[in-house]
Design a protein. Structure first.
Length: 474
């Protein structure tokens, strides 16, 4: 019998995965353990290996599609074998869900249950696409979309949730899209092709929608706003006029950028955030880094100011455990481990590899781990464990000549530290003398549901003391 490749589960809260790309084509020979495709979660992209030797006989789901965990996405067959006929998800789900409706039973993930409660959805009416017919968050979202469309008297095309979201972002009418997935279900790649076709056809807004009109001294621009059925926002649809700039390019919100957008939108929407700042004399901290570099021998890790900042954060979090916490399931959770995530910029977005148990590591051990995580992150070689379990986040933009900035809290964490560059400023020292010193501005953003201003102020004060007197860390 052909061996199925199923959508794997990488983390506890994962309900689905998005196929980033296929590394093998249908008909190619594969060996057990060989990477066949890449799957993208909301945190990282992971390779999925072949479960057996043979031929990749059937690819059931194209790149760009979001698939519930446990669902077959391809088959590995021995030479001469044929992949079994696969029912469409709707056919697979009909029987188990029909039984649940009769029995009054509703099996759903916690996230799906919460979403259903928020929108008043009867889970007995929702078709589950998870393993054994379990209802996932995407199923509830699809049901809500169906309910909204039914209210408008429109039929809903069969499409995966990711394709629906992408269609909304690109203003693509799903009724005009041909699906390439199982049973004709529309995939994300189908939506992208439809959007490209609209761009190529040169679809433009009408003059009434593209330019504001004037009535006497009143300027009305409401007609220029896109509607639910207007053409997608593209370089073709935004041709320059007397009142609009020329468009260089339009980038669909996909992949890492979409994940960043979703998580940061969630953070600012759900968490009441506030920020506190303090200026820090970085002279002694920079001296520690420079002394290490001056005496560094071959094979020793490169020490950076970011590594020292991680060490100081770990020390300050031990003294202020209220900030080493998160907000989960309507409760405050204080963590025993101090795991500090460090924001690393990539061309396509941002990743946050985590230095686990930073409070137990020496400064040089932190430097070695930070160097390794940063290098593998930029090479796209991080594992899921490298980005999981963070309890606090550090974002240092000092190397970009940024004086000060405010970062957005990384949910469910309580706080994040933003560090600007150490620039020479005139200050008054402890002997009341006016001196020139390298000063950096530290800004802590925090979730007010978890901590208050006084707690953040004490934490910020400890950060200041640890950087101005690094000997306290010993």
């Amino acid at each position: 019998m052909p061996t199925p490749i199923i959508m794997p589960k990488f983390e506890m809260a994962q309900e689905s995965g998005t196929i980033a790309r296929w590394l093998k084509r249908a008909g190619e020979t594969v060996t057990k353990g060989e990477a066949v495709l890449e799957v993208e979660t909301d945190k990282i992209t992971m390779e999925v290996e072949s479960p057996a030797d043979g031929v990749l006989s059937a690819i059931l789901v194209e790149a760009g599609a979001t698939v519930p965990i446990g669902q077959p996405i391809a088959y590995i067959a021995a030479h001469g074998e044929v992949a079994p006929a696969v029912e469409t998800p709707a056919a697979q789900d009909a029987s188990p869900n029909a039984k649940r409706k009769v029995q009054g039973e509703s099996r759903a993930t916690p996230i799906a249950q919460k979403l259903a409660e928020e929108h008043g959805v009867d889970l007995g009416q929702v078709v589950g696409t998870g393993r054994d017919g379990q209802i996932t968050r995407q199923d509830v979202e699809a049901f809500l979309a169906q309910r909204e469309r039914n209210g408008a008297g429109e039929a809903k095309p069969a499409a995966v949730p990711a394709a629906r979201r992408l269609a909304r972002e690109l203003n693509v009418d799903l009724r005009r899209v041909s699906g390439s997935g199982p049973g004709g279900r529309i995939q994300s790649s189908d939506v992208e092709r439809a959007a490209a076709a609209q761009r190529e056809s040169g679809m433009q807004r009408t003059d009434a929608n593209a330019q504001p009109t004037t009535h006497g001294s009143q300027l009305t621009a409401h007609s220029s706003q896109p509607t639910a059925h207007s053409s997608p926002l593209t370089a073709h649809s935004l041709q320059p006029t007397a009142h609009s700039p020329a468009v260089r390019r339009v980038l669909p919100l996909t992949g890492m950028r979409r994940t960043i957008a979703q998580r940061m939108s969630q953070s600012t929407r759900e968490a009441p955030q506030f920020s506190l700042s303090a200026d820090v004399n970085m002279a002694r901290a920079l001296a520690v880094v420079e002394d290490w570099r001056a005496t560094q021998t071959e094979g020793q890790p490169k020490l950076t100011l970011t590594a020292l900042l991680v060490k100081v954060c770990a020390w300050a979090l031990q003294r202020n455990p209220a900030l080493n916490a998160g907000f989960e399931n309507e409760a405050i959770v204080e963590w025993a481990d101090v795991n500090i995530g460090v924001a690393v910029a990539l061309d396509e977005g941002l990743i946050v590899p985590v230095i686990h148990h930073a409070d137990r590591l020496s400064l040089i051990e932190i430097a070695a781990r930070l160097n390794d995580l940063t290098a593998r992150g930029r090479a796209g070689q991080l594992q899921l464990s490298d980005v999981q379990g963070g309890t606090f986040t550090l974002s240092n933009l000092g190397m970009f000549a940024v004086d000060r900035f405010t970062a957005i809290v990384n949910p469910p964490q309580a706080a994040i530290l933003a560090v600007g560059r150490a620039a020479k400023r005139m200050i008054v020292d402890e002997q009341d003398r006016t001196v020139v010193a390298p000063v950096a501005t530290l800004t802590v953003s925090a979730d007010h549901r978890i901590v208050d201003g006084a707690q953040v102020g004490r934490f910020l004060g400890d950060l200041q003391r640890g950087l101005e007197r690094p000997g306290l860390l010993l």
